[in-house]
Design a protein around this ligand. Sequence first.
Ligand SMILES: Nc1ncnc2c1ncn2[C@@H]1O[C@H](COP(=O)(O)OP(=O)(O)O)[C@@H](O)[C@H]1O
Ligand SMILES: [Mg+2]
Length: 247
Amino acid sequence: MLERVPTGIPGFDELCEGGLIRDRSYLVSGTSGSGKTIFAMQFIVNGIKMFNEPGIFIATEERPQHLREHFYVFGWDLEKFEDENMLAIVDATSTKIGLPSDERYIDVRPFDTRSLLDQVITIQDEIGARRAVLDSTTAIGFAIQDPAKFRVELLKIATTMEILGLTSLLTCEIQDLSGDKISRFGVENFVTEGTIVLYFTRSENVRVRSLEIFKMRGSNHSKKIHPFEITEEGIVVHSREEVYTEF
Ligand SMILES: Nc1ncnc2c1ncn2[C@@H]1O[C@H](COP(=O)(O)OP(=O)(O)O)[C@@H](O)[C@H]1O
Ligand SMILES: [Mg+2]
């Protein structure tokens, strides 16, 4: 029996036999604003609050201080979790854009997989995390550029996470949904065990949020597109409802 790691995101786990498979990596794809960062952080926060599993959040696109402020509105006190050694946020943003950082965990510039993974290994020694997020792979893809090399680097990241006993979400920012493109560089979905796609699509004069489990190895998952909402407590998936949309 494969061990399941519930995301704790209301309505999500029942779509995939109770959750993600332990120690595997999953891609969370979607356009800008589709809810990837919220989904990923909710997975980490629920791990801490509901399952006593520490988490690592690698932020390549937002400074940790912004994350702490933004997520406070959902009632997620990241600073408290950090103080309790239940959460480590890696600042992989500041140095990239040439700003100083007084964060505890900082990734160096230019991007280097080895140094990022060394950082993760150090954090593992300190907090013994079970869940991790890399938000986002797209920034790394732009740093590496060559898709073949990017694929190998992502495979290194995903495999190291697995060996370290981390169930992980890697986010991926796609530009649009035409042509069924579920990843930015066309390689991200090959190195992960599953792909969750978040949609924010127009339906007449409103935009609706929905998600789909596009692929999940080893799981009899829902093949439908389910609506979700971002509430004041985070994402809530309406698992019994379906959305019919032409993309
Ligand atoms: N407190 C909130 N209540 C409802 N919706 C929110 C709240 N905070 C953010 N959002 C929505 O979430 C979107 C951002 O989600 P985010 O996870 O950062 O997207 P992504 O990482 O995919 O770019 C915002 O554009 C907004 O529509
Ligand atoms: Mg984001």
